[in-house]
Design a protein. Structure first.
Length: 607
């Protein structure tokens, strides 16, 4: 009855049985963590796995009860079998003995079947729980997480790494069952004849040492293998995003070479893992049968001397087979190691602290006209201060264009307003309240953004416009679209506002108009347009600008300006230079400065 249960679990992240003999292209190997880092990864994985078990503790408790029932019934089978054999030899009570044996077999089979079903539910619950938490943390990390964890790496962790721990409850209980079965079998051997237990115990230490060696030596290549997989996925997604450039440049072959660059390291990690696993497997394969033969041989001698009966000899053979079967625990250890590494990679994201944290003591943002003040704001990136002690006071209801040379920090500045990023030093205030003290949901309602390439989120066009206000009516959505000069092309779509986004191919200008409509729909007191009209032709931009003036009347707005016309339509221009505001004045006044004109490529910089 006892058998390894690893076959039901998924170990897709483990190296293939025969690592591919891939030619090793030139290129630098993918760097990976130190042995200390991989040990920390395994420890983090263990903590996360136990947290997952606590999350489904009721199901795991029931699963443990079923496992215990199966183990108990399995241990009783040899006893019942020995009793039936002795009953047949004595020709007394054969029917009762056979009935007891049948009941024990039925209980073991039923418990085994229910274990399979409940184990699948436990695995699904753990995978769903980990993936929900992982997605939530990735979205919480925002731009910071995107820089640290590339899209392909997140995708690999969300699929492979998050699914590996699904097998943990079943594997854990299988390991416990194997150990309990072995302990019970050895105990039964001792009850039959203590010499049998002593002989078996002599073979236990080498097994423990072999398993320990595998865990220590296989963890690092195991983790390296998964990281290589993630590196390949990341490079493939990057190439897919730039597919037009690749095709236009005729560099497909070069990109294939780059994407598959981690393959040599992946192959080395796979081979290293299988070498360690092979060595341990060979030792166990030789040790287990040797111990079994010796114990049965001793049992035969004890039968010859009359110390045990024939039924006890049969029972001894069954019990030693059960105890030796614990050597299959090695397969379970391999799968558990895969669970630990997968959970550890998920934990790396879950334990990354977000750069923007909820305020410890939230402050209500009072009603106000939308006065915006930045005091001594400093933001470091790439080893330099992009913003360096910047001060800016935006009058309520003013339209301010943010202008400056490339890399001057325009997008960084407007990102601090709604806490898309937090400054390293200084403070940002809205109507006298630091934004760091305002609850994030309230701040999101107070500050609306429209970006250069807005993301189409939701199922339909209506959904993407109403993304920040899902309770908006169709009339409100249409009014916002009309303001952004988007209503006409939306109504021309096959199903108008109910057209699925997948069925609505749009130009860059149309995408930007949907983003502007989304911003127009909000009741925010401050609206930030981060180059949100760059893809509009001049006529459409002028139309959208006139419409936005109506909706932005009485609101404070900041516009990242990369064209003189955009800056000219603003009330004031905040000219960034050297990480600070060099001037805050109307565009017409600044235009006389050749340095300012050079920002737009409209004149030589002053010498």
């Amino acid at each position: 009855m006892e058998r390894t249960r690893v076959a039901r679990t998924s170990t897709r992240s483990t190296p293939p049985a025969e690592p591919p003999d891939t030619p090793e292209p030139a290129g630098a190997a993918v760097p990976f963590g130190s042995p200390g880092a991989t040990a920390a990864l395994r420890a983090a994985g263990r903590r996360r796995l136990w947290e997952a078990v606590r999350h489904i503790r009721l199901k795991v408790t029931l699963l443990a009860a079923l496992t215990a029932t199966r183990v108990g019934a399995t241990l009783l089978v040899p006893v019942m079998l020995a009793s039936a054999i002795d009953a047949v030899r004595a020709d007394a009570g054969v029917g009762a003995a056979a009935a007891r044996l049948a009941v024990v077999l039925a209980v073991a089979t039923l418990a085994d079947t229910l274990e399979d079903v409940l184990g699948s539910y436990c695995g699904s619950d753990i995978t769903a729980w980990l993936r929900h938490r992982l997605v939530d943390r990735v979205l919480t990390l925002g731009a910071q997480g995107q820089r640290r964890f590339p899209t392909g790496d997140v995708l690999a962790r969300l699929t492979e790494s998050a699914s590996a721990p699904a097998a943990f409850p079943v594997l854990l209980l299988s390991a416990a069952a194997a150990l309990l079965t072995a302990v019970g079998a050895v105990t039964a051997l001792a009850l039959i004849d203590w010499w049998l237990a002593v002989v078996f115990a002599l073979g236990v230490p080498p097994v423990v040492v072999a398993l320990r060696v595998f865990v220590v030596k296989a963890t690092e290549p195991f983790a390296r293998y998964q990281r290589c997989q993630a590196a390949i996925v990341t490079r493939l997604l990057d190439a897919r995003q730039g597919i037009r450039t690749i095709r236009a440049s005729g560099t497909a072959g070069t990109e294939v070479h780059r994407i598959l660059g981690p393959l040599p390291e992946l192959r080395r990690a796979g081979l290293e893992t299988w070498r360690v696993q092979g060595r341990v497997s060979r030792r166990l394969a030789m040790l287990a049968p040797l111990v079994q033969v010796i114990v049965i041989g001793v049992a035969g001698l004890r039968l010859a001397t009359g110390d045990i009966t024939t039924g006890q000899l049969v029972a001894s053979a069954s019990y030693v087979a059960m105890a030796v079967a614990s050597a299959s625990l090695f397969d379970t250890v391999v799968a558990l190691l895969n669970c630990q590494v997968g959970a550890g990679r998920v934990d790396e994201i879950l334990t990354t602290a977000p750069a923007v944290r909820p305020p410890e003591r939230p402050v209500r943002l009072p009603d106000g006209p939308g006065r915006l003040v930045l005091r001594g704001v400093t933001v470091h990136a790439g080893g330099r201060a992009v913003l360096d002690g910047l001060d800016l006071d935006v009058p309520p209801g003013a339209a301010v264009a943010v202008a400056g040379a490339s890399g001057s920090g325009k997008t960084v500045l407007v990102s601090t307003i709604g806490r898309l990023i937090d400054p390293d030093e200084g403070a940002v205030e809205i109507d006298g309240v630091p934004v760091a003290a305002v609850p994030l949901p309230a701040l999101r309602r107070a500050v609306a953004y429209a970006f250069e390439r807005p993301a189409l989120l939701g199922a339909t066009v209506h959904d993407t416009i109403a993304y920040a206000r899902p309770d908006a009516t169709r009339a409100e959505v249409r009014r916002a679209a009309d303001i952004a000069a988007a209503d006409a092309f939306v109504r021309a779509l096959p199903n108008g506002y109910d057209t699925l986004l997948a069925d609505a191919p749009m130009s860059g200008g149309e995408l930007q108009r949907l983003g502007l409509a989304r911003a127009a729909l909000t009741d925010a007191r401050i609206v930030v347009l981060d180059d949100a009209t760059s893809s509009l032709d001049t006529a459409t931009e002028a139309k959208v600008t006139r419409a936005l003036r109506r909706i932005l009347a009485g609101r404070t707005s900041l516009v990242v300006a990369r064209r003189p016309a955009t800056a000219a339509r603003a009330d004031l221009v905040a000219w960034l230079d050297g990480g600070r505001v060099r001037a805050l004045a109307p565009h017409a006044e600044l235009w006389h400065d050749p340095d300012y004109r050079a920002v737009f490529g409209s004149g030589p910089a002053a010498s």
